[in-house]
Design a protein around this ligand. Sequence first.
Ligand SMILES: [Zn+2]
Length: 183
Amino acid sequence: MTHQKRRQTLKNIALATGALAVSRFSPALAGLPSPHQEQTSMPPLREDNNPTPPVTLSEAEWKARLTPGQFDVLRNHGTEPAFTGPNWNTKAEGTYHCAGCGLSVFSSQTKYESGTGWPSFYDPIDKSHIGTSTDWKLFYPRTEVHCARCRGHLGHVFKDGPKPTGLRYCLNGTALTFIPAGS
Ligand SMILES: [Zn+2]
């Protein structure tokens, strides 16, 4: 392959994968808020789907594994801006896993359109896969939801959801990895 042909081939690959488009548009350079759409390219921390034993990593280890957006949400209880995170409007069948450790936490079967701009569910995939705590970050208490295995912050749960539970698990898409059914 000539040098010129090789360059052209590489350019085509970059175009096909969107690499050029990404390099030309950086939200940070453009002064826009980060869309928090980074997905980790690392393999799941654990292959099994058991909530125990717990996963405990140091802050440095989490930083090395997670994207900055994921670290902010999962480890610092951050909140992605509405309508910007991954999968807030995804309707495909599949399961949602903790982006920190890979534990399944929610399913498309209980996902619904809440109109909030965040992925919303009325029930977890298994009650033993999540935990809750009281969050006083705002001037009123909210119930924080986290992964039972690595304690990664996922979002909050409110009592204004649909039947049958009446609950609205309002989650950060950044904290979740979606795995389509059958994959
Ligand atoms: Zn986790």
